[in-house]
Design a protein around this ligand. Structure first.
Ligand code: G3P
Ligand code: MG
Length: 339
């Protein structure tokens, strides 16, 4: 990772400080670059009064595609070359789960592309909600637009092959279908969805993993949109009523969780080529970006171009070191600290 990063750099880094940028609401909003983002990243590539490069990564709770695909899109939008090794998506650290599910079937929840991403992480047997629905149409007796031309087949005999884990890879599209299928799996006997535990309260038959806990996130709409955290809230309500037990997440990934920040620290040190001693996190979501930064000893910089608005209450947990207008001001603030 170090060599690949260096090959795209304009001048070498001696920095033991580094930056992690949130994406939605900091670099991008509604599919477009935030106006000051290009210049801010250019400064980190060496065009700054310190005359040295400061390594950075993009640490986002977004996903549903590969790191390479996200890097390509961001390079186009930001006009700055972003390498896949600079991208940490919500599901990136989930690659570490792949060895324990070798030759076991896992249900990956999220847009279709998540199946390819999971396979690229080393998950050998993956089934999507769309494929599960195709196993037997009576499992989900409701129709969506496009179903009549959809020829998806289920590659597994789900009456014989148990589901060993459910991984919410990215924000689900069809909440109703996904809640039905996930609770079917959890209430089954050992993950065989054609079975059900003999009596309530049901325990969770297989582990459930979530890639991000964001209740809301910011796009071009004036008010934040529901994210995976909102989906899990709905799932929990349905599961509690069905099973008599609260929902248990085996491991939570994504900001502000530890597995994600630890994964990001390794990526940053690899990018810098030295152990990074100080990390600045530029984020728009106090509960996600800043809470995680505070928990992991990073310096939190909150911008006003996304979820956070002036006057929103902040607690000790999610209070940043500084609040600035946007990513341009954030980078200038970092350069002053490092000067
Ligand atoms: O689904 C994406 C969203 O939850 C947040 O993305 O870049 O603000 O962490 P980001
Ligand atoms: Mg954000």
């Amino acid at each position: 990772a170090l060599r690949r990063y260096s090959s795209i750099s304009t001048c070498p880094t001696t920095s033991t400080a580094a930056l992690a940028f949130d994406m939605d609401g900091v670099l991008i909003r509604g599919g477009r670059a935030i106006p000051s983002a290009h210049r801010a990243l250019q400064k980190l590539k060496g065009d700054n009064p310190l005359n040295r490069e400061i390594p950075f990564i993009i640490l986002t709770n977004s996903g549903g595609e590969s790191e390479a695909s996200k890097a390509h899109k961001l390079t186009q939008k930001l006009g700055i070359e972003i390498h896949p090794s600079q991208i940490v998506l919500s599901h990136s650290p989930m690659r570490h789960l792949a060895p324990q599910y070798k030759n076991k079937l896992v249900h990956v929840v999220g847009p279709d592309e998540c199946k390819n991403v999971a396979q690229s992480y080393g998950f050998s047997d993956v089934v999507t909600s769309k494929e599960m629905k195709a196993f037997d149409k009576s499992m989900w007796p409701y129709r969506s637009v496009g179903d009549e031309v959809d020829d998806t087949q289920c590659p597994y005999d789900l009456s014989q092959t148990p589901i060993s884990a459910t991984l919410i890879f990215h924000d689900p599209i069809d909440w109703g279908l996904d809640i039905q299928l996930i609770t079917d799996t959890l209430a089954s006997q050992s993950g065989l969805i054609t079975t059900r535990q003999p009596s309530r309260p049901y325990s969770q038959s297989t582990p459930l993993y979530s890639s991000n806990a964001d209740f809301q996130w910011s796009n071009e709409w004036p008010w934040p949109r529901y994210g995976q955290g909102a989906f899990v809230t709905a799932l929990n309500a349905v599961w509690k009523r069905l099973s008599g037990n609260p929902l248990v997440i085996e491991k939570q990934f994504g900001k502000p969780s530890s597995p994600t920040y630890e994964f990001a620290e390794k990526m940053l040190s690899a990018a810098a080529g030295v152990e990074v001693k100080k990390v600045y996190m530029v984020g728009d979501n106090p509960d996600s970006d800043i809470a995680g930064a505070n928990l992991h000893g990073w310096v939190g910089i909150l911008v006003k171009s996304g979820v956070y608005r002036d006057g929103m209450p902040l607690t000790k947990k999610n209070k940043p070191q500084v609040i600035v207008q946007d990513v341009g001001e954030a980078v200038d603030w970092v350069l002053r600290q490092e000067g």
